[in-house]
Design a protein around this ligand. Structure first.
Ligand SMILES: Cc1cc2nc3c(=O)[nH]c(=O)nc-3n(C[C@H](O)[C@H](O)[C@H](O)COP(=O)(O)OP(=O)(O)OC[C@H]3O[C@@H](n4cnc5c(N)ncnc54)[C@H](O)[C@@H]3O)c2cc1C
Length: 385
């Protein structure tokens, strides 16, 4: 089969690798470079941890995703996973129940009380009095390396065509074809739209209105040399236990320390450039100056904004079946990178007519179905130039 993929982020690239590995042909078209530095997936790191409080199925899925990433490293003959562990600040009761759930799912964990946390990670800025659960199998995916490895593998594969700077402006869900900005039609046996935060441009209003665009600011820092050893031995911290939802990714494999907080995430109307507005940069500087001992603005080496879409009703991702073999995966903020190998397997199965194995991820296992007449037919597509 020939599969056409619109987008060159982690979802489209991993799905393309899956399809090619299963013996199919793929055509990947991105509006910009492949990979594109402005894509949501294009960052130094993404956190891979299993814990999803009160959601054992998602927790088990994250453990499967961990194994799938390791397999992908083998296939692509490279490494992009740093198993530095992850700490999540929790009250003592919640830490114990998180530990029980993780242990039941097969993940090795440790619980820290407030004193142990303060003694072991005095530099990290945990909220006073908080405990934490530590996941030893968790860690950091070097996101830009993942994209480069997938694109490199596909570029040299006889059954893959990559088309950078070819924007998709329309989709025919009945014919499984996409129209490019230059007027060319790419026809396939199946089509995947994986346009990340730009997904709304390719969907009919009924679907695009279901999606809310978020924008989040991140700070990238070089830590002073005397602190470097402590930071190098620090796990990813998915929550410091603060009201504003501060989190950080340690400097691993030559990457900078990354700092952000839920309070630096806001709803916006349009995808902008990746430049962080000074108001949001200053908000994060003030936040971390209060948390991290000795933190100073001259640690900053870069700032960046990332965008993601979330479904209005669930705040999660959205997989929509637009036609017999036309799918749209409008990814969402918190976790679509780490789940990408599971998402890709499931999408590849659907695109190639195989039965998708259940993933434990509700939006994938129970997609939205937009039957003919509801999904966009050609003239109804938004963003057609
Ligand atoms: C601040 C932040 C932190 C995050 N942290 C984590 C984390 O720690 N762990 C985790 O698992 N996830 C995390 N995520 C979420 C994760 O990064 C995203 O869900 C995921 O990267 C989305 O991948 P994607 O391929 O769907 O989209 P993208 O990576 O944005 O790729 C979409 C691609 O489509 C292309 N495109 C768009 N429109 C068109 C068009 N019309 N024609 C052709 N091409 C088009 C774009 O150029 C782009 O290359 C985070 C997200 C943000 C914003």
């Amino acid at each position: 089969m020939r599969i056409v993929l619109a987008g060159g982020g982690v979802i489209a690239l991993l799905t393309a690798v899956e399809c090619v590995s299963a013996g199919h042909e793929v055509v990947v078209a991105d509006q910009a470079d492949i990979p594109f530095s402005g894509a949501t997936s294009f960052d130094r790191h993404r956190v891979l941890r299993a814990l999803h409080l009160d959601d054992p199925a998602k927790t088990a899925a994250a453990i499967s995703a961990h194994h799938a990433w390791t397999e992908l490293e083998h296939l692509l003959s490279t490494s992009f996973y740093e198993q530095v562990g992850a700490l999540t600040a929790l009250t003592p009761e919640k830490a114990r129940s998180a530990q029980e759930m993780l242990t039941a799912a097969g993940s090795k964990t440790e619980v820290f009380d407030a004193d142990e946390l303060a003694a072991e990670f005095p530099h990290a800025g945990f909220a006073p009095g908080t405990g934490a659960v530590f996941e030893s199998h968790a860690g950091v995916l070097l996101a830009d390396r993942v994209l480069a490895a997938c694109a490199g593998w596909l570029r040299w594969h006889a059954h893959a065509e990559l088309h950078p700077h070819r924007k998709v402006v329309g989709v025919d869900a009945d014919r499984a074809e996409v129209r490019l900005a230059d007027g060319e039609i790419l026809r396939g046996d199946a089509v995947l739209l994986a346009a990340g935060p730009w997904s709304r441009d390719l969907l009919a209003p009924e679907l695009s209105e279901e999606l809310v665009l978020h924008r989040q600011t991140m700070l990238y820092c070089d830590v002073p040399p005397p602190d470097a050893a402590a930071w190098a031995a620090t796990p990813a911290i998915t929550s410091l236990g603060t009201i504003g939802g501060a989190w950080l990714v340690p400097p691993v494999a030559g990457t900078p320390l990354k700092l952000s907080a839920a309070s630096a995430c806001r709803v916006v109307d349009e995808v902008g450039d990746g430049k962080a507005p000074s108001r949001w940069r200053e908000h994060l500087i003030d936040t971390f100056a209060e948390l991290i001992p000795g933190f100073r603005r001259d640690w900053l080496v870069d700032t960046r904004d990332g965008h993601y879409l979330a479904r209005r009703s669930t705040l999660g991702p959205m997989l929509a079946i637009l036609g017999d073999r036309v799918l749209s995966y409008a990814a969402c903020g918190g976790s679509s990178f780490k789940f990408a190998p599971l998402i890709a397997r499931s999408l590849a199965a659907r695109l190639t007519g195989a039965d998708p194995a259940p993933t434990g991820l509700e939006p994938l296992d129970r997609p939205l179905v937009r039957a003919s007449g509801v999904h966009p037919t050609r003239p109804a597509l938004r963003g057609v130039s």
